[in-house]
Design a protein around this ligand. Structure first.
Ligand code: GLP
Length: 243
């Protein structure tokens, strides 16, 4: 477990983009696990810049996103399908058929979720899994609870997540109440995990993840047991760490 602390969100984005670029240089046909939310955006912007300068080729890269809301269309401006198009895929040369986002609108979510896990395994597993973190310590949409859930599954969102994500929607009532998320098993099976957290609002979740007991009440805490996990933090997100 490594913790890298940089000055601000922009530098965190550059650090994360460097790790992702190194993965693509090392293995051009790598499998990336990608994340949404506002925190990864600076990293995606840096990767887009590298691609536009001719430094980074996504033509063989495959990607599997962490999660998607249940019950909003892929075209909805807050859907994670749309987010990935807008923030990364439309600006680099990744092949559309190589990008994957869980299906939140499937009629039979348990079987499409199981197929999503199987597709990741068939692709050779995730080489680098990028993660943000929720204020309650969630990763993907794995909410605090009594257990770590292994596979891709449907989850009811906690009130704190609904409130945190209201900023992206017109009102709290518009925020979906459920999502499909990769499970903790799929995340832990990634060969490398990079969690990025920036801003004071994430400081308590970061402290609980790194300094309290490993517990499903703070799902990110399990990353401490991963053999190759890196937390990339800015000074504000690291501000509550005691060591
Ligand atoms: C959402 C996503 C997470 C993300 C988290 C934090 O709930 N499902 O994957 O890490 O929000 O988002 P942000 O980076 O916008 O704070």
């Amino acid at each position: 477990m490594q913790v890298v602390i940089v000055k601000n969100a922009e530098q965190a984005g550059q650090a994360v983009a460097t790790l992702i670029a190194a993965q693509i240089y090392t293995k051009p046909d790598c499998v990336l696990g990608l994340a949404t939310g506002s925190t990864p955006i600076p990293a995606y912007q840096t990767l887009i810049g590298m691609h536009k300068e001719g430094l980074l080729d996504f033509s063989k890269v495959k990607s599997y996103n962490l999660d998607e809301y249940v019950g909003i269309s892929y075209e909805h401006e807050c859907s994670y399908h749309r987010f990935m198009q807008d923030e990364l895929f439309n600006h680099v040369n990744i092949k559309p058929e190589n990008t994957h986002v869980p299906d939140g609108n499937a009629e039979d979510i348990p079987s499409t979720a199981a197929a999503y896990d199987a597709a990741i395994v068939a692709a050779g597993g995730i080489d680098l899994q990028l993660l943000g973190i929720g204020h309650n310590g969630h990763i993907g949409f794995n909410e605090p609870g009594s257990e770590f859930i292994y596979g891709c599954h449907k989850v009811e969102l906690s009130q704190s997540t609904i409130e945190a994500n209201t900023r992206f929607f017109d009102s709290e009532a518009d925020v979906p109440r459920a999502a499909v998320t990769l499970g903790i098993g799929s995340i832990m099976n990634a060969r490398q995990v990079v969690l990025v957290a920036t801003g004071e609002g994430k400081a308590e979740a970061v402290r609980r993840s790194l300094e309290e007991d490993v517990s499903p009440m703070c799902q990110a805490s399990i990353l401490r047991t991963h053999p190759n996990a890196i937390f990339v933090l800015d000074e504000a997100a690291a501000s509550k760490l005691s060591r």
